[in-house]
Design a protein around this ligand. Structure first.
Ligand code: HAM
Length: 418
């Protein structure tokens, strides 16, 4: 029997209904905050992704040569495509840009709970402003969505830090640029790899044990106040984080957001705030991740523009919602089931269905010769609220029978009046 590609999913109608429901909630939270939707092709030139820092995402590319011998890749994330789109209209697009998208992304990952080889990732990004308040606006989009699907600050937490924290600490020890980006990629794996492996990798990068212990103590910071002891009084990181947390308070979402020095993120391009969303109990992998990436365009040959945003996958959130019993029972949407109880009357049933559809009713017309009992069962299964019977006795008098399945009420009507 033919099988799908490992790590990919089929969406049967009941799953598709839930996916649409999820996407509608993503879309609603975005539109509510003034974001506009965009899209890009799933296939890109491979060099859009081949950054040098040894990120997992680059090792996991679904890449191949096309028939014209061009190196192409399925997108593992949306950010580079978005950057390409912004760059090619730089100077023309009015700033700031507030855009969102729900692309399917492909990564050749090790299969595990909440991680597949394809996933849909809600992306929300703001370009063209360095204002830290833009990051708080993103948090508001996230919490609006989370509340919309029934989650609270007791279920979920947004943990935030800034790349600048570690950058300032390591900068004072002379670690900058590429070495710094590579350090971030390694320390991001702290929850996945053993401390020994992390130490080994940091040592390989040339870090002394003094540097490594400095990194560890910085990552262990859990309060903004404790940053004051580690960073210089004029610290940019501290200034920005203070502004960010003030804005978060104005949005009234302080209970959702915490400072956490261990958040650094595994993508090289982040330059400022970095954040991840997790379930409070720590049962699942990250639900969402993002941050500020002000220098991405220059790595793609363009002129830099400040940018911040996040990616929010469809897999972990669905698991969490299932775990919390928050997935809605969604029906097919069919309102009327129309059936001819005699093969001779099939064309009358077609007319009935057409009249109803013309008046915007969602109609499932029974196409085969079926019995009344079947039609009732079917109507119940699809969640229809009415069943319209075209039966020989009634049709002799040009009448059609309508049964309201909620009230049990039954009445006769005509084709004109239905
Ligand atoms: P990321 O952390 O690689 O960031 O992915 C963001 C989210 O996508 C994750 O938190 C997770 O929910 C979901 N995700 C990632 N990989 C998988 C997978 N294999 N299976 C299921 N879900 C997955 C980025 O991709 C950044 N480009 C996000 C961003 C946008 N930063 C700024 N703007």
């Amino acid at each position: 029997m033919a099988k799908g590609v490992k790590g990919t999913r089929d969406f049967y109608p009941e799953e598709m209904r839930l996916r649409n429901w999820l996407f509608d909630n993503f879309t609603y939270a975005s539109l509510l905050h003034g974001f506009e939707e965009y899209d890009a092709p799933v296939l890109e030139n491979e060099d859009l992704y081949t950054r040098k820092q040894g990120e997992d995402i680059v090792k996991q590319l679904y890449n191949f040569k096309d028939k014209g011998d061009r190196k192409v890749s399925l997108r593992p994330e949306m950010t580079p495509s978005l950057a390409r789109m912004v760059m090619s209209r730089a100077g023309v697009l009015p700033m700031p840009i507030k855009w969102f998208s729900i692309p399917q992304c492909w990564r050749y990952e090790r299969m595990q709970k909440g991680r597949g080889r394809e996933h849909f990732q809600w992306n929300v990004d703001i370009w063209g402003t360095s204002e830290i308040s833009a990051d708080a606006e993103l948090f508001s989009v996230i919490t609006t969505f989370l509340e919309g699907v029934g989650l609270t600050e007791e279920d979920v937490v947004i943990r935030v830090s800034s790349r600048k924290v570690l950058e300032e600490v390591l900068g004072s020890l002379g670690i900058e640029g590429d070495a710094f980006a590579q350090t971030c990629i390694i320390v991001d794996k702290m929850d996945k790899l053993s401390p020994e492996v992390i130490n080994e990798q940091l040592t390989e990068l040339g870090h002394s044990s003094e540097v490594i212990s400095k990194i560890q103590s910085t990552l262990g910071l859990k309060h903004l106040n404790s940053l004051k002891k580690v960073l210089k009084p004029d610290s940019e990181a501290l200034k920005e984080l203070t502004i960010l947390f003030e804005a978060i308070e104005s949005y009234g979402i302080s209970d959702w957001v915490e400072f956490d020095g261990s958040i650094v993120r595994g993508l090289a391009y982040y330059t400022g705030s970095v954040f991840e969303v997790n379930d409070r109990k720590g049962k699942f992998r990250a639900i969402c991740g993002g941050g500020r990436y002000d220098k991405l365009l220059s790595t793609l040959g363009g002129k830099d523009l400040p940018a911040t945003g996040f990616g929010f996958g469809d897999m972990v959130i669905m698991e969490l919602l299932k775990d919390k019993n928050l997935l809605p029972q969604l029906l097919s949407g069919v309102e009327d089931v129309v059936i001819a109880l005699d093969p001779e009357l099939k064309n009358v049933a077609v007319k009935v269905a057409s009249v109803l559809r013309d008046s915007d009713r969602l109609v499932d017309l029974v196409l085969e010769n079926k019995k009344m009992k079947w039609a009732f069962k079917h109507a119940e299964r699809v969640g229809a609220n009415r069943i319209i019977l075209v039966a020989p006795e009634e049709w002799k008098r040009q009448k059609i029978k309508v049964k309201d399945l909620q009230s049990g009420e039954e009445f006769e009507t005509t084709l004109e009046e239905i």
